[in-house]
Design a protein around this ligand. Sequence first.
Ligand code: 5AD
Ligand code: SF4
Length: 449
Amino acid sequence: MDKINTLRPIEGDGRKLFIETYGCQMNVGDTEIVVSIMQQEGYIYTEKIEEADIILINTCSIRDNAEQRIWGRLSEMRRFKRKKPTLLIGIIGCMAERLKEQLTEGDLAVDIVAGPDAYRDLPRLVRIAEGGGKGVNTILSLEETYAEIAPVRIDKNGVSAYIAIMRGCNNFCSYCVVPYTRGRERSRDAETIISEARTLFENGYREVTLLGQNVNSYRTGDVDFPALVKAVAEISPLLRVRFSTSHPKDMSDELLQVMASMPNICRAIHLPAQSGSSVMLEKMNRKYTREWYLGRVAAIRHYMPDCAITTDLIAGFTDESEEDHKLTLSLMEEVGYDFAFMFKYSERPGTFAQRNMPDNIPEDVKTARLTEIINLQNKLSEQSNKRDVGKEFEILVEGTSKRREDQIFGRTSQNKVVIIDRRDHKVGDYVKVRITGCSSATLFGEEIE
Ligand code: 5AD
Ligand code: SF4
């Protein structure tokens, strides 16, 4: 029927792709790259899973409960396949990398398995699956950055976008599976990053978040991270720049000086501490001590007194004593984090910790410590919000408030959500506001002239 299109189906030939994304922001960015690659092959992205001819699940391995959720989801996929026998199911991302054997064994519903560096190969893997085989590629690369692939923005707020600037991780924190699932660290060519950011700005985007597992160790040729952030921020004063995740060891004064010199680089630094005990930090192979970390926090406050600091913390890592745990609590108080992601230690197969320092903290102790950490952070977050009441901020409007149509929400440079009356504002506007009140999670504000 369609003779012209023998090599590549034209867009709109009817096959529909649905992707479900789990895990970190990097995965969200990867999903946008996968959609781009599959669109080139003629697939149309759909938001309705029932319509899909192929379902891809972009997976996370960071903790056991992340993987358990995906196993659960996978067993539900059989139901979809029963309804539509031609449906293809693909597992992509970290779990695909880690568990390729298990995922292709037995009568699981999986047709395609693609690791984080194998996405360009997806069209071929899909063809194998269409022919009744299993399409598997989990080869990790030293170079792949998907540099020239234009991600397809499927979130559609049209204001903020992620830009992956580097991939992989060389840090080998002893508890972490990421260096094994995402491979070695490599940075993407700076020109492609800057031109992607410029195109986004020209298309109405007002905020980009530069992403990497260890974003501030970015380097290509003579462009290091401070130089890259500066170049992106110079595109326009109306373009906000964020970045995540920073490793404390690479949080240089030079970066802080660049940030302080450009108001459109957001006043928010996510600086995972993991623990407040230097003994634990050593066992975690974090490459810094509590004192050194606090020195970096002092430097941030010195250059940018209004900068938000957020963190990641792990409760109950191997050999963690009550005293170590108390040091985490005191670090939290000392820094006064604005927000934190808090986790129980989950032993991951193949990591240094799993091989050399078996998990020896009982589950109930981990739970009790995590609860203490969460309770303290709730108090600190509330204090942080209360400190903002009466202050003035500029927010970037992102959407309509969930509760009320006549209200909109936006974020401060510090990354806090503020709700204000809509008036005639639209998504993408900058609005100057004064904070009039707060709940534990949200600020409420009024527009000022
Ligand atoms: N167990 C619990 N939390 C972990 N993280 C990474 N590996 C583990 C693990 N094995 C946390 C760290 C990291 C965040 C992304 O996930 O806090 O910063
Ligand atoms: Fe994992 Fe550490 Fe690399 Fe972060 S820096 S991805 S915690 S190994």
